[in-house]
Design a protein around this ligand. Structure first.
Ligand code: ZN
Length: 50
């Protein structure tokens, strides 16, 4: 009944791991996860941590 569920594992972890990035090409600010982050607006990988 009170076991630690696997049900809500992934989404929470993703939220915690998300970092703010800024695209150097279009200056879009967005949250990205993972090693290769791509700007969702212009699809550039020319991004840096905010
Ligand atoms: Zn961009």
């Amino acid at each position: 009944m009170c076991s630690v569920g696997d049900a809500f594992g992934v989404d929470v972890a993703d939220e915690l791991n998300a970092k703010e990035y800024i695209c150097k090409d279009c200056e879009n600010k967005f949250k990205g996860i993972g090693k290769t982050v791509i700007c969702p607006a212009c699809r550039s990988s020319n991004v840096e941590l905010a």
